[in-house]
Design a protein around this ligand. Structure first.
Ligand code: HEM
Length: 323
């Protein structure tokens, strides 16, 4: 098949996947801007995307793009080295005009990939993956701003991100015009223009990422995403949803302050009540005990989450062991 058997076909795949990734990265930095300007709206978008079929489809498509881009990059590099034989070691013979980034695309790509692995562990694995696995996470998986809080309150996060952004800048500025050349658009008048457009595009996107990382770091160190009243009420709405089908549906309507005032008492009394019902099972309607146990788990985890918002450590699953 032309796309796999010929070098031109393989370069075409690199260019096509590269173009889609440039669009993704641009879209992503605009999404991050929403997190800065309208954090509650950002969480609504996270909730809307979540693990719904359309979001899963988009994530799978994106993963395929990354995989194809990386596999073809390695493949082309191996082919080029084979074709050039030992000549690749004679660096001095190369034309001086070959840019530094052009010679180091593979290394730059590997640095971006390393950044991406750290980034996906910090965000995707705790958000969409938690939803897919349907496990009880420590924080509500759709509260994107809380994961920003967690990631950027770590000292090393901005350092790793800035290194990733620098590598991304070099990789993207070269990749941008080189993808046009790969698909045959190599007119002498257009290449300089494309280089300029690519440089501007990449610089704006990367500068936005850098600015966002700085804003997130400052705000995370101020605990903004934990303490902002509007965000707190939004988080409470997310976690209290668990109580709707259980024995205290009115809790799901409550505000952060109401829950903070009343829920710890409920949480303190519930285990005792459950023990009493367990001792006299005949005194309650069938299924009531199971509902109480489930409700207790939800209440305890919400109380632990309230503690976390007040400045404690992330709520742990240990809260479910209160019985
Ligand atoms: C300040 C910088 C950045 C922040 C705050 C940020 C934030 C996030 C967040 C919150 C998510 C999770 C979305 C979800 O699963 O619902 C995410 C996912 C992701 N990010 Fe970033 N990001 C940043 C930079 C980047 C960069 C530079 C790249 C690429 C080079 C990137 C690639 C990705 C990818 C591939 C995903 C997974 C998307 C999916 O779930 O389909 N991010 N990011």
């Amino acid at each position: 098949m032309w796309l796999t058997s010929s070098s031109v076909g393989r370069k075409f795949i690199m260019a096509l996947t590269g173009a889609c990734l440039v669009l993704f990265v641009t879209f992503h930095c605009l999404m991050n801007a929403i997190a800065i300007c309208w954090p509650t709206a950002y969480n609504q978008v996270c909730e809307f995307l979540g693990a719904n079929w359309y979001a899963l489809l988009a994530s799978a498509g994106l993963a395929l793009l990354f995989i194809l881009h990386i596999v073809y990059a390695l493949w082309l590099t191996v082919q080029n080295r084979k074709a050039r034989g030992t000549e690749r070691y004679l660096i001095s013979k190369r034309p001086k005009t070959v840019e530094w980034s052009s010679k180091n695309m593979l290394v730059l790509g590997i640095v971006v990939l390393a950044f991406l692995v750290v980034h996906l562990i910090q965000f995707w694995a705790k958000m969409q993956l938690v939803e897919i696995r349907n496990v009880e996470g420590t924080l509500p998986p759709t509260a994107g701003t809380l994961f920003i809080q967690e990631a950027f309150s770590l000292v090393w996060t901005p350092i790793v991100y800035i290194i990733g952004f620098i590598a991304l800048w070099f990789h993207m500025t070269h990749g941008f015009w080189s993808m046009f050349q790969s698909v045959g658009w190599d007119s002498t008048s257009w290449i300089p223009r494309l280089k300029k457009i690519g440089c501007w595009w990449t610089t704006i996107v990367v500068a936005l990422f850098v600015a966002q990382a700085i804003v997130f770091t400052v705000k995370a160190h101020e605990d903004y995403y934990k303490t902002n009243p509007e965000l707190r009420n939004q988080y409470i709405g997310m976690v209290a949803e668990r109580l709707v089908p259980l024995f205290v549906p009115q809790v799901s309507e409550a505000s952060y302050e109401e829950l903070e005032q009343n829920l710890p008492q409920v949480a303190a009394q519930l285990p005792q009540q459950i023990k009493m019902v367990q001792a006299n099972p005949g005194q309650v309607p069938e299924g009531q005990l199971e509902k109480m146990i489930e409700g207790n788990e939800a209440v305890q985890s919400i109380v632990a989450f309230l503690e976390y918002l007040k400045g404690g450590e992330p709520a742990t699953e240990a809260v479910n062991e209160t019985l």
